[in-house]
Design a protein around this ligand. Structure first.
Ligand SMILES: *Cc1c(COP(=O)(O)O)cnc(C)c1O
Length: 421
C-alpha cells in the first residue's frame, strides 16, 4: 500500500472506502468548540450507534405491553434474546454458534472459566500470564491461585519481553511452555496487549500449551471485533471478552464467552451453575438436578439483562452487515496510514512501540512519549482529539475501522505535528 502525506490523499481514500458511510451510523462526541471530536478511543469505549436507543426502546415496549409474557412473546422474546447475540459474536471470533454466549461481564466470565479450566493437580498447578497484564486479570488470577490454597509468588509465571525490548517474542512464550509445561495448568494471555497493542500468535501459543498438556485461554478484551480470530480452529479452550470496546455495546455492556466444542459435553469439568445453564426444555420443570445445555450457554447462571443485550444487538447487527474480513481490510489500511504519517514526523519525542507487522497488531498504535511527558497528551486533548494516556508513558490511538476515516487520521497527525515540532 502506497500512502501520501496530504489531505487530498486522505479524502481520496475515504471516497474509495466501501465502509465510509458507516461513520454516519454513530454519534461522535463534540469538542468544546462545538465541532465533532476526533475519536480514537474505540479500544476503551466504542461509540454509540444511532440505532441503540431504538433497540432498547423495543425491549421497553415489549415489557410495557406484554409484561411477563415478553419472555416468550413479541418479536425478540426475552428468554431467547441472547441466542442471536451468540450467533453474531461467534462469526466475529471464528467460532461455532454453540461455543459462544453473551453473559455477565469480562472478569466474572474469566473467573467462571477458571473454575472450569484451572484444575491444578500434583505438580501441575502454575498459571502463565503476561507481566503487566491488565490489572483485573492479575487480580482474578492471583485470587484463583489463593482460592486453591497456593502462594502466587510460587505459582504465577509472568512472561516478559527481553531486556531492552517492549514486545513479547512468540518463541519466548512457547519455549517457556515447552520448558516448564509439566508444572503449568493454565496459560492465560490477552489476545492483544492493551498497553503495547501487540497481538499474540494465539494459534502457536495454543499448540505449544496443548503439546504440554496445559489448558489455554485468552482474554480478548482488545481482540474481539478487532482481530481476525479462529478460536475454534486454533483449538483454544476458552476465551472471554467485553463488548464495550470495539463492539460498541455501551459502558459496562454485557460480555462474551467462548468454550470450545471439545469441552461442552464433558461431565468431568466442574462449573458454577445456575438455572439459566440448564436445558431449556426442562428449565421450568423446577427439577433439582442440573442438566446443562450442551454449549457455552450451559455456563450461564442467571437470566440476563435484556436491556443491556439490546444495546449490544444494535452494534452486532452492524458488524453482521459488514463482516470481519472487510473490517480488517480497512483497519489495516487505516492503521498503516497512521503509522506512515507518524513515521514521517521524524520526531525524537515520540516512538511507536506497537509491532510494525500488520498481523501482529490491530486498530491501535501505542505512542511512547519520551520522559513520560503527559503534557503532549493534554495538548492533543485540548485540540479536540479523544485518545487515552496509559501510565507510565503511552498515548493510545485507536482508529476504529467502523467509524474512523482516513481524514480523521490525517487531521490528528497534523495536530501532533504542530506539537512535537
Ligand atoms: C478492558 C479490560 C478488562 C475489563 O474488565 P471488565 O470485567 O469488563 O471490567 C479486563 N481485562 C482486559 C485485558 C481489558 O482490556
Amino acid at each position: 500500500m502506497e500512502y501520501h502525506n496530504n489531505k487530498e490523499f486522505a479524502l481520496k481514500m475515504d471516497k474509495e472506502d466501501s465502509l465510509a458511510s458507516y461513520r454516519y451510523q454513530f454519534y461522535f462526541p463534540k469538542h468544546t468548540d462545538g465541532k465533532e471530536s476526533i475519536y480514537f478511543c474505540g479500544n476503551s469505549l466504542g461509540l454509540q450507534p444511532k440505532t441503540t436507543k431504538t433497540y432498547i426502546e423495543a425491549v421497553l415496549d415489549d415489557w410495557k405491553y406484554l409484561g411477563v409474557k415478553g419472555h416468550f412473546e413479541g418479536e425478540n422474546p426475552f428468554a431467547t434474546y441472547h441466542e442471536d447475540l451468540g450467533k453474531k459474536m461467534a462469526a466475529i471470533v471464528g467460532a461455532k454458534h454453540k461455543e459462544v454466549v453473551a453473559m455477565n461481564s469480562l472478569t466474572v466470565n474469566l473467573h467462571l472459566m477458571m473454575v472450569t479450566f484451572y484444575r491444578p493437580e500434583g505438580e501441575r498447578r502454575k498459571i502463565v500470564i503476561e507481566k503487566n497484564a491488565f490489572p483485573s486479570d492479575q487480580y482474578a488470577v492471583k485470587s484463583q491461585l489463593e482460592f486453591h490454597g497456593y502462594d502466587p509468588d510460587e505459582t504465577l509465571i509472568e512472561v516478559e519481553p527481553r531486556k531492552g525490548e517492549d514486545l513479547l517474542r512468540t518463541e519466548d512464550i512457547t519455549d517457556l511452555i515447552a520448558r516448564e509445561g509439566n508444572e503449568i495448568a493454565l496459560v492465560l494471555l490477552s489476545g492483544l496487549n492493551y498497553y503495547t497493542g501487540q497481538a499474540y500468535d494465539m494459534e502457536s501459543i495454543t499448540k505449544a500449551g496443548h503439546a504440554m498438556g496445559c489448558q489455554v485461554g485468552f482474554d480478548l478484551a482488545h481482540g474481539a471485533g478487532n482481530l481476525k480470530l479462529s478460536l475454534h480452529d486454533w483449538g483454544v479452550d476458552f476465551a472471554v471478552w467485553c463488548t464495550y470496546k470495539y463492539m460498541n455495546s455501551g459502558p459496562g455492556g454485557i460480555a462474551g464467552c467462548f468454550v470450545h466444542s471439545d469441552h461442552i459435553k464433558r461431565k468431568d469439568l466442574p462449573r458454577f451453575t445456575g438455572w439459566w445453564g440448564n436445558k431449556k426444555e426442562t428449565r421450568f420443570l423446577m427439577d433439582d438436578t442440573f442438566d446443562p445445555i450442551e454449549g457455552a450457554e450451559g455456563w450461564q447462571m442467571s437470566n440476563e439483562t435484556v436491556l443491556s443485550m439490546a444495546a449490544l444487538k444494535a452494534s452486532l447487527d452492524i458488524f453482521d452487515q459488514v463482516g470481519m474480513d472487510k473490517l480488517i481490510e480497512k483497519s489495516r489500511k487505516l492503521t498503516g496510514y497512521l503509522e506512515f504519517l507518524i513515521d514521517g514526523l521524524r520526531s525524537d519525542r515520540i516512538q511507536v512501540i506497537t509491532p510494525k507487522d500488520p498481523e501482529a497488531r490491530g486498530a491501535q498504535l501505542s505512542i511512547r512519549v519520551l520522559k513520560s511527558d503527559k503534557s503532549l497528551f493534554e495538548a492533543i486533548s485540548n485540540k479536540g482529539v479523544i485518545a487515552d494516556w496509559r501510565e507510565p508513558d503511552v498515548i493510545r490511538i485507536a482508529p476504529a475501522p467502523l467509524y474512523n476515516s482516513f481524514t480523521d487520521v490525517f487531521r490528528f497527525v497534523e495536530i501532533l505535528k504542530e506539537l512535537v515540532r
